[in-house]
Design a protein around this ligand. Structure first.
Ligand SMILES: [Zn+2]
Length: 219
């Protein structure tokens, strides 16, 4: 969730901004650019396998929900027309160097901030973690049925891919609201961390269970 009324992100930017940047005329960090492409879970897996994390290498995942927009306000999920608006928000309004890495809706996985660069999404953990945004307000909208369930499935698939490609332990996943430096209740209460992590683990087992390696499946 992002909310420009809340000051925690701004504090982070002001304390983390390099001195040289702080003195610049524009007083705003250099925008890192975006990918702006959408992928099915399978395509996302292939895409991540093509990347090399030679510079920034994250060690865990932070899960978010967008809050606003809600699922209801995006009946078709995100479209390519929404992406420039997100850039405008993070780059021009918030004046951040980047945003979250992924925006996941009920249809696809959008890569926003390049996965090989740090993003801006959770004050304490930007340097350490991927930021994964799920479209929806899961205080009010269902996460276990309908479109919310589709978002959940794609988020589970994306987190499984990021975990396996980078060797991230699923149990290290955190929710934005666990960040001591945020006041955001993000994601909403309908997102249960332990259930989500277990689903990621289950999917990884399922993906890795080749027929020849699982003789018990023959029965
Ligand atoms: Zn959040």
């Amino acid at each position: 969730m992002y909310d420009k009324r809340l000051p925690d992100y701004r504090k982070l930017i002001s304390t983390n901004r390099p001195a040289s940047s702080a003195k610049s005329k524009e007083n705003k960090p250099k925008w890192k650019g975006i990918v702006g492409e959408s992928y099915s879970p399978e395509e996302f897996e292939n895409y991540c396998c093509s990347l090399q994390w030679t510079g920034w290498r994250p060690s865990f995942i932070v899960l978010h929900n967008t809050g606003n927009p809600t699922l209801a306000s995006r009946p078709n999920g995100y479209t390519s027309e929404h992406i420039p608006n997100l850039v405008h928000y993070y780059r021009d309004q918030m004046r951040w160097s980047s945003g979250p890495h992924l925006f996941i809706d009920d249809r696809q996985i959008w890569v926003f901030t390049p996965l090989t660069l740090s993003g801006v999404h959770s004050p304490s953990w930007n340097a350490l973690a991927f930021g994964v945004e799920m479209l929806g307000d899961y205080d009010a909208e269902s996460f276990d049925s309908g479109r919310g369930l589709e978002v959940q499935k794609k988020a589970i698939a994306a987190c499984a891919t990021l975990s396996s490609v980078l060797g991230i332990d699923c149990d290290t996943m955190r929710l934005h609201r666990e960040d001591p430096r945020t006041t955001h209740a993000c994601p909403g209460k309908n997102v249960h961390k332990s259930d989500f992590i277990q689903s990621v683990k289950d999917l990884l087992v399922e993906r890795n269970a080749g027929g020849d390696d699982a003789p018990e499946n023959k029965h």
